[in-house]
Design a protein around this ligand. Sequence first.
Ligand code: SAM
Length: 276
Amino acid sequence: MRDYGRVTSPRSNPNSELDHVEVSAPDVSGVTDVSEATDAPADRDAERRERARLYPRVTSFRSRRGSLTQAQQQNWEELWPRIGRDVSETEQVDPTAWFGRSAPLILEIGCGTGTSTAAMAAVEPDTDVIAVDVYRPGIAQLLGAIKRAGLDNIRVIRGDAVIVLKNMLAPASLTGVRVFFPDPWPKARHHKRRLLQPETLIQIAHVLRDGGVLHIATDHADYAESISAVIDGQSVLTATDQPVPFSIARPVTKFEGRAAREGRPVTEFVLTRVPR
Ligand SMILES: C[S@@+](CC[C@H](N)C(=O)[O-])C[C@H]1O[C@@H](n2cnc3c(N)ncnc32)[C@H](O)[C@@H]1O
């Protein structure tokens, strides 16, 4: 494997306010393939229609069971109209209008419960973050963190990040893209479902501005090798050890803490967009 990333376990990042803080991020990676739970048949039909609208293709994610608590539902109703939206095949995001300002923009793909999202946004209030995931209970946890911390630099899209990349972002509009612990799909017959395929990297390069940064972390050795191979096969994103325009310090989440305890080192890739 070419040395695009740093394999460090435990990580050491002397400049980071986030380093070595183990924070709680419920692991959502191993949950069964089922529709989100709703009780009544009519609800289930509505949910199925909603899912077909939001996730129309065979994808890199699993649908996961989980309904919202009453408090999460209240947060959702309060915050979603302003800071959230569903994925769209046709509607492009206007970040200046959505955030109410113009600032360096970062897309986080697969934010899960948003532990890293909230922690990183809190220490970089001058950047704006769009977090994307399909997992509604995870997004609900992120909304709770946003509310508790009073963060105003996070917006959320619910749906398939591949559609977001293709349809919702202007070319060269992003300063950064983060992909932390993408689902590894360990079985060989499922590798085609992995998010980080050649086409996805090209889409990411398309929406990154020149010099913008793609930051990937994975604790899955085989996926790391496959990502290296995908990087080798293209020329628009290149490894860098130079300073980048935003912090690449991640909090050590519960998820990552467990990987460290189980002896799975984390591989990180920091790539810059080659000038057009
Ligand atoms: C293993 S979890 C990691 C979550 C989080 N980044 C972390 O480090 O804790 C992967 C997440 O990516 C999401 N995901 C996978 N494929 C996706 C896609 N195509 N679009 C949006 N989210 C996706 C899953 O729903 C899941 O929440």
